[in-house]
Design a protein around this ligand. Structure first.
Ligand code: ZN
Length: 638
């Protein structure tokens, strides 16, 4: 059984390294590998590093073998490991999610670049490496090897995929970096970047990074050195928070004992250095058994399956349920009762079933009627829908949507479900009919918390017309549409009097969207009238520190463009996608040469940098966390 799975892993690995296209997704691969590891941690498979060289490139032997690292998944394991090196300095480096490479130099000149391969032998892809960003042909007074990771920025990954045909698209930036590095035509290599992390010299870890960065002027991996291990741990945790905002992927950190003497003394086991560990972010997952499914009907009528699982621990919390998304996902997984599945949990997101590793062949039965209102379900091949407009479960989720949109503090999902089960929360109006004792008499809810919730409900009555319209949760209407409608018609009452032909006249509205709006408002008209008696609508907030100011962002910036655009929106400003005569500011960091900046110069539009833009925001507003983590202060004169 295990051997079969090992063969599957080896096959996928080979496919992935030869043409960059794997049969399994990365998640499936990791999940299966983790499952095998849990079943048989000493299997010889785990001693294989990387892959055999592909036949397309000539293979070359490494001067010094490229080892791999032992993986650690939690703080306890990493702490245990440090005990042995008490008092030593440790270096934490970002673990970049790309392809490892060794670059050889002789007489200060570049000689060749070899992929990690199986650690001893890799492919000589020099022809492609010279095309990559951050490559240097000459280094001052150096003979030896550098180690770098070939990575692809997320935005470049999108760019490349957008021009590739569906079947040629890469599944993620790491896969793309591996595939592009080996393309025989060298295409797209200019998008790849080298980030250096090691040098074959007998110096301490922090000195290696310093040398690469300061003496050679290379782009290096971010690193942090300290002899207080608690600080190393907190840096690791900061890194976790930074991860989603980074322009490229990282999958953890490499922790090394800084001293080269200790590293030498410790040596390696099976080509894995003992004084280094790879601390990975999330455990790839855990294996458990699928017990049964449960179907729920959301606000818009989509019927979603939820999996009940045999309880299992992931990072200290017990997992009993996971999402199954839709019927297409059930089909893709081929999941059935009693199957062994790999699940994954990332952050606060609901756990997900990644793959089935053991089938029992008792497939899930797909329902044909709504589990709540019993009406026949429609099926588009991907999802199931309850089309009954009066389905009471949909109504409940619309109520929950109202609570969420109005951000009624402490009124959470679980309270809503409890009140629903008691028959006290079936529609939006019910929220305002609730009495304190309806809550205080529930289990786990005392007088005090009930009082607080009643206060918060009271506070939620002051909202803008736009928020009111959004919170109604009319199917087929986006938040943006709600904003536009109220900007045009001013009040809810005015909007209620409009028909399809009035709305269709507005820019960007189709027959379908106009009909959705008119029908939705008609359907909920009684409810709207009732709510308007309770709710105090206040005028729209347009006041903001950036009101009447427009911005257009262009060129490379520290964060994705949407990050800055959201800030503009939040502070009452306007975003523009192109440079027009009435644009107030063009924001870009390198202001010469681009079409946009030329146009701005022509119109006399002010050009500012990202920094200048950020300084225009009120001082107490949330600013981006600093991405750069480097700290050498312990070793340099302060
Ligand atoms: Zn229904």
């Amino acid at each position: 059984m295990i051997e079969e799975k090992i063969q599957k892993l080896i096959k996928a690995k080979r496919a992935y390294y030869t043409d960059g296209h794997s049969e399994m997704t990365d998640q499936e691969f990791d999940a299966l590998e983790e499952y095998v590891r849990q079943q048989n941690p000493d299997h010889p498979y785990f001693e294989i590093v990387g892959h055999d060289p592909s036949p397309y490139w000539s293979s070359a032997e490494h001067n010094i073998p490229m080892g791999s690292l032992d993986k650690v998944h939690n703080e306890d394991d990493i702490k245990k490991w440090t005990q042995k090196y008490k008092g030593s300095f440790f270096t934490l480096e970002w673990k970049l999610d790309g392809l490892s490479l060794s670059l050889d130099y002789k007489d200060s000149k570049f000689v060749r670049a070899i992929t990690r391969g199986n650690g001893f032998k890799g492919e000589d892809i020099s022809d492609n490496v010279v095309l990559m960003q951050n490559f240097k042909k000459m280094l001052p007074d150096f003979e030896g090897s550098l180690r770098a990771e070939i990575i692809l920025y997320k935005e470049d990954f999108e760019k490349i995929n957008s021009i590739l045909s569906e079947s040629d698209k890469y599944s993620n930036p790491r896969n793309a970096a591996a595939g592009i590095s080996r393309r025989l035509d060298g295409k797209f290599c200019k998008y790849l970047r080298l980030i250096y992390y090691d040098i074959t010299e007998m110096i301490d870890e922090y000195e290696k990074i310093k040398k690469l960065r300061d003496d050679f002027g290379l782009v290096t991996v971010e690193s942090y050195t300290d002899n207080n291990f608690d600080k190393i741990i907190s840096t690791f945790n900061t890194l976790k928070d930074l991860r989603p905002n980074l322009p490229f992927g990282i999958d953890g950190a490499v922790i090394k004992v800084s001293s080269i003497d200790i590293q030498q003394k410790e040596g390696s086991i099976k080509n894995k250095p003992k004084a280094q560990k790879a601390w990975k972010f999330d455990p790839p997952g855990a294996a458990t058994v699928f017990l049964k499914e449960e179907w729920d009907v959301g606000r818009t009528g989509v019927v979603t399956p939820l999996a009940h699982l045999k309880p299992v621990q992931i990072e200290g919390s017990e997992i009993k349920k996971a999402t199954l998304h839709n019927i297409a996902e059930i089909k893709r997984l081929g999941i059935g009762y009693g199957d062994t599945v790999m699940i994954e949990k990332r952050g606060d997101i609901i756990p997900k079933i990644i793959s089935v590793v053991e089938h029992k062949n008792k497939p899930i039965k797909i329902p044909d009627s709504c589990p709540y209102c019993n009406s026949l379900l429609s099926n588009d091949g991907i999802r199931l829908f309850c089309t009954n407009h009066d389905c009471f479960r949909k109504e409940f989720y619309r109520t929950l949507y109202w609570i969420k949109t109005l951000e009624i503090d402490t009124f959470g999902k679980s309270l809503a479900h409890e009140l629903y089960n008691e028959g006290k929360l079936t529609c939006i109006a019910d929220i305002y009919r609730l009495k304190k004792y309806d809550i205080s008499t529930l289990e786990r809810w005392g007088e005090k918390s009930a009082e607080k919730i009643m206060e918060n409900i009271e506070k939620s009555k002051n909202i803008t017309p736009t928020k009111f319209l959004i919170a109604l949760g009319i199917p087929g209407i986006s938040d943006r549409t709600c904003e536009e409608l109220l900007q045009t018609f001013g009040t809810i009452d005015e909007l209620m009097n409009k028909n399809v032909s009035d709305i269709i006249k507005l820019k960007g509205f189709s027959d379908i969207s106009a009909t959705n709006i008119v029908n939705g408002l008609a359907k909920f008209s009684e409810e709207i009238k009732y709510l308007l008696k309770i709710i105090n609508l206040k005028t729209e907030e347009t006041e903001g520190s950036l009101s009447n100011i427009s911005f257009c962002f262009t060129g490379a910036m520290e964060h994705p463009r949407s990050f800055y655009q959201n800030l503009v929106k939040k502070h009452g400003g306007e975003n523009k996608s192109s440079v027009t005569k009435d644009l107030t500011y063009l924001v870009c960091n390198e202001n010469k040469g681009s079409t946009k900046s030329k146009k701005a110069e022509k119109y006399g539009t002010k050009i500012i940098t990202e920094k200048e833009f950020l300084s225009m925001l009120p001082s107490n507003s949330e600013l981006p966390k600093k991405i750069r983590l480097v700290s050498y202060s312990l070793f340099e004169d302060e």
